[in-house]
Design a protein around this ligand. Structure first.
Ligand SMILES: Cc1cc2nc3c(=O)[nH]c(=O)nc-3n(C[C@H](O)[C@H](O)[C@H](O)COP(=O)(O)OP(=O)(O)OC[C@H]3O[C@@H](n4cnc5c(N)ncnc54)[C@H](O)[C@@H]3O)c2cc1C
Length: 503
């Protein structure tokens, strides 16, 4: 391996000092994370503005055998924020690459770069007044649509990866690969030719999700029809949770409901502003939507009422026009806004408030401010089935009581068959013993669940380094072979999702 000084000198000569973040500053800027995972040794940071610059950076990384770790807006809160998995990386900060290359209204899609935030895209789409909207997450307005999609993050309306039509990535060889028709035919425009995402023959798009096979420089993503909708909200005590999940599963399979079915425990900081309920893990709150033509919504309202009243639950329906009604609790207004495709900072602000930060400024930094609560989480894919959800909760409770901590839980429909279980604990980051307990619980929970055949669908950077340690399956070996082909010097994101140790 070349000396740090040589690499930094080569980077400085190519990118200029203004876009090079030296080791001390990089260590400070990129290591802060709200989960308080241990700092990594970071060589430096480099800000890139174009795919050509990413190619140049890959060239230097190969020459000096120094790995790269790309981040887009770096808000991977709960999973490590900006931390690379391994030590010794150059952080590739893609936030300046923030062009919306095109919005194709007729094709209902947008071509965007890594630094495009959900706020930026929502604003640009709304300005067109074309009856389209984005699929926002519950995270901050400043987060990247592209990076969250690559993570298979959860949007309000469906899993973000369902929005993905195609992508452009710089490989570890320095070449640019594009997928779908965009990559196959020279005259294919990325947006217009993405109406049939797989294109022709094998489709490598999925290889770049939760992966270390390339640095993605653009994605083509769906814009959704901004149909009329009602938000459906319902409280549910734990005794009825299994029946409610089964009823929702049936409504989802019959397509009365789409994805975007979310059930939170009422100790979720967002729900603390809701009247009624007891604010505990055992009291639940349902959020979903019915949408479409007025006759479709009438029929869906009836079906939802019927299914929930069978188990003694009474849903409330909120119209889109109520999103600015000051008489409604903030959590309901925020839910209506997100359903309408508008990202809001409500979730992080609610989390800040629950930790005692009463009036966080719009620009506040949850990673840098130790008063902002810590969060450690497990993200599980559990079958969309009442009994399986209750079984998971029993295991979660057992592990929480072993560590004497409180947990909050959210379940979100990923598909007709799977629920995302977002299981987390909040802790005081200024207390070393609280940090230690949260980390130990998190590790313990992942392993206990895997032993029980309940698997994560997304991982934090600490678990990535540990979970598949020593695995020798054909799948692992095949992924390593693909890594060798696409990134022969193994310089991209070593260890991300447990593939490809560094050079
Ligand atoms: C209160 C709260 C609410 C949240 N709500 C949600 C939610 O509703 N849904 C959800 O999914 N998450 C949620 N999160 C988690 C997180 O904040 C989001 O997932 C966020 O979008 C991730 O940060 P980012 O978009 O800045 O991605 P980044 O941090 O930039 O990237 C995430 C990871 O993707 C990889 N990556 C990034 N860019 C590239 C690239 N160009 N090429 C290759 N690999 C790349 C890197 O490994 C990086 O570490 C929430 C967190 C909090 C604290």
């Amino acid at each position: 391996m070349a000396s740090r000084e040589n690499v930094i000198e080569a980077l400085g000569a190519t990118f200029g000092d203004a876009r090079l973040i030296g080791q001390d500053q990089a260590g400070q800027r990129y290591n802060q994370n709200l989960t308080e995972f241990p700092a990594r040794e970071i060589v430096c940071g480099v800000q890139c503005r174009t795919p050509a610059e990413v190619q140049m950076l890959v060239g230097i990384a190969r020459q000096f055998k120094t790995p790269l770790y790309p981040i887009s807006t770096g808000c991977n809160w709960g999973l490590g924020s900006r931390l690379p998995v391994a030590d010794g990386c150059i952080l590739v900060d893609l936030s300046p690459m923030d062009r919306i290359r095109e919005i194709d209204v007729a094709g209902r899609c947008a071509v965007i770069e890594p630094g495009v935030t959900q706020h930026q895209l929502a604003k640009a789409v709304s300005a067109l007044d074309a009856g389209l909207k984005i699929n926002p997450t519950g995270s901050g307005k400043r987060t990247s649509v592209l990076a969250n999609t690559l993570e298979r993050g959860m949007g309000k309306l469906r899993q973000r990866s369902d929005d993905l039509r195609g992508l452009e990535a710089v490989l570890g060889t320095g070449e640019i690969l594009r997928t779908g028709y965009w990559g196959r035919f020279e005259n294919a425009a990325p947006g217009a030719a993405s109406h049939y995402p797989p294109g022709l023959g094998p489709d490598p798009t999925g290889l770049f999700l939760q992966s270390s096979f390339g640095i993605v420089t653009a994605v083509v993503i769906d814009l959704l029809d901004d149909f009329e909708f009602d938000v459906v909200h319902c409280r549910c005590p734990e005794q009825k949770l299994g029946d409610m999940v089964s009823a929702l599963s049936s409504l989802r399979r019959y397509r009365v409901l789409a994805d975007g079915i979310q059930i939170d425990s009422s100790n979720d900081p967002r729900n603390l502003s809701l009247p009624g309920g007891d604010g505990t893990r055992r009291d639940w709150v349902l959020w979903t939507r019915i949408e479409g033509l007025s006759s479709m919504r009438d029929a869906a309202r009836e079906e939802v009422n019927l299914a929930l009243s069978h188990i003694g639950l009474k849903p409330t329906f909120y119209r889109r026009s109520e999103m600015d009604n000051p008489d409604l609790p903030e959590v309901i207004r925020a839910d209506i806004k997100r359903t309408a495709g508008r990202p809001v900072d409500f979730s992080i602000r609610a989390m800040a408030r629950a930790g005692g930060v009463t009036d966080p400024a719009a620009s506040f930094d949850p990673d840098a401010d130790a008063a902002f609560p810590g969060m450690a989480c497990a993200l599980i894919a559990v079958p969309f089935d009442g009994a399986r959800v209750l079984d998971l909760l029993a295991r979660v409770d057992a592990s929480a009581s072993e560590f004497a901590i409180d947990v909050a839980c959210t379940f979100s429909a990923i598909s007709a068959t799977a629920f995302e279980g977002f299981i987390r604990t909040y802790f005081d980051r200024r207390e070393p013993s609280a940090i230690n307990t949260a980390h130990q619980w998190n590790h313990h929970l992942h392993h206990r669940l895997i032993e029980a055949g309940i698997y994560p669908y997304r991982l934090n950077v600490e678990e990535m380094a540990q979970i598949f340690d020593g695995t020798t399956s054909t799948l692992s070996a095949t992924l390593e072979e693909i890594k060798n082909t696409l990134d022969p010097d193994r310089i991209i994101a070593p260890g991300r999702y447990s593939v490809g140790a560094g050079p």
